[in-house]
Design a protein around this ligand. Structure first.
Ligand SMILES: *Cc1c(COP(=O)(O)O)cnc(C)c1O
Length: 379
């Protein structure tokens, strides 16, 4: 059986986790601080704040941006539901903007029409790790008082116009995920990068109950410290055990990226010219981390796409449906009624995610490619 994804974990992670456990400090402490510093350094950010996952990262980014009831936040409907749910946690309204089918990212040309007097923020997704067109999106919201929050859950290691995603060139709040389906993993885990020391301090308060002094500072203090709780916060901490895994994963990142890109290039060669199958190219001004290898079965519709996936499963090859359309899910239909975003819906119904993980043998790529060519529905 060829699985769809598999994290790359090894003896280094096991050793550092063991060392961390032996240290006696197992939740947010010195390892988390070390991981934050290493991550910030890697992506060229001034500050990185570790949190429990990317959903909580996005929630804190919205809270730190002052988003609340009555506000509108623009987001793509074509994403994992975690992109939009934090908008609802804040009591704000998600205003969806359809995607460009060439990139599967939000179509910058549709953004100006979605901005109203209530628009406070926009969540831009780097879908499947392919950087969104941040320059065009920044231009579309310029001068409108809209905070750009980047959902880079999938984009660790990707590069946009020569700069690493997360360096805050276009967004003051970039959020990452370390779920096992992403490029590097801590089990669960998340990170927010920001260029602003005050924002970083606020995010640190928010992730730990709004508590003015963190456990590490109190532990290291030579005098008795009494903390205060100036704002309402949450428990969105990352553990030191997870941070230990993250530190090892960061050291592996370049090798992981190289292997993922090689596998994607191999698929590209094997699948080029397959009738009815559209591939997604790397944008000319980006380096794509290949977090997910998607193909589009053009004109297939959901039913024929599902039959294709079933045929592959019967040959021992796991696949997944492409990206969901959030507005079609019950929790959104109940709140906002039926909405229509045709590009998002069509892409959701026609895309399939193929297996891609670093331990995959070239023979496995060939086997998957042959099965795709055999079973792709004819256009
Ligand atoms: C995975 C993912 C998330 C959620 O990340 P978690 O760490 O699982 O909370 C958010 N947005 C996108 C685009 C994702 O792919």
């Amino acid at each position: 059986m060829i699985p769809v994804a598999k994290p790359e974990l090894g003896e280094e992670e096991i050793a550092l986790v063991a060392e961390t456990i032996r240290s006696g400090w197992i939740t947010q402490g010195p390892r988390v601080a070390e991981f934050e510093k290493a991550f910030a350094g890697r992506v060229g950010a001034a500050h990185a704040v570790a949190v429990s996952n990317c959903t909580t990262a996005l929630h804190l980014a919205l809270v730190a941006s002052g988003i609340g009831p009555g506000d509108e936040v623009i987001a793509p409907p074509h994403s994992f539901i975690a992109t939009a749910n934090p908008i609802l946690y804040c009591g704000a309204r998600p205003v969806f903007v359809d995607i460009d089918p060439e990139t599967l990212n939000m179509d910058p040309r549709l953004i100006p029409a979605a901005i109203t007097g209530r628009t406070k923020a926009i969540i831009v997704v780097d879908q499947v790790g392919r950087p969104a067109d941040m320059a065009a999106i920044s231009a579309a919201v310029r001068g409108r008082g809209v905070t750009i929050i980047e959902d880079a859950a999938c984009a660790t290691g990707s590069v946009y116009r020569g700069k690493p995603v997360g360096d805050n060139t276009y967004s003051p709040l970039v959020c990452f995920s370390f779920h096992p389906r992403k490029v590097i993993s801590t089990g669960d885990g998340g990170m927010i990068t920001t260029p602003d020391a005050d924002l970083a301090a606020r995010l640190r308060l928010l992730r730990q109950q709004g508590m003015s002094v963190n456990d590490l500072e109190r532990h290291q203090s030579k005098t008795v410290v009494s903390e205060i709780y100036p704002i309402l916060g949450y428990n969105y901490r990352l553990t030191d055990v997870q941070a230990a895994i993250g530190l090892c994963q960061l050291r592996r990142l370049d090798a992981i990226l190289a292997r993922r890109r090689a596998i994607a290039a191999h698929y590209d060669r094997m699948l080029a010219g397959t009738p009815g199958v559209r591939l997604f190219a790397e944008p000319a001004d980006c380096r794509w981390n290949q977090q997910t290898y998607l193909i589009r079965l053009e004109g297939s519709g959901a039913a024929r796409r599902d039959t294709f996936m079933q045929r592959l499963l019967e040959e021992g090859i796991a696949t997944r449906r492409g990206i969901m359309s959030i507005h079609r899910e019950a929790s959104y239909v109940e709140r906002f009624g039926p909405q229509s975003f045709p590009q998002s819906e069509r892409a959701s119904d026609e895309c399939v995610c193929l297996p891609l993980y670093t331990q995959m043998a070239d023979a496995d790529i060939d086997r998957v490619s042959a099965a795709v060519r055999r079973h792709a529905p004819r256009p």
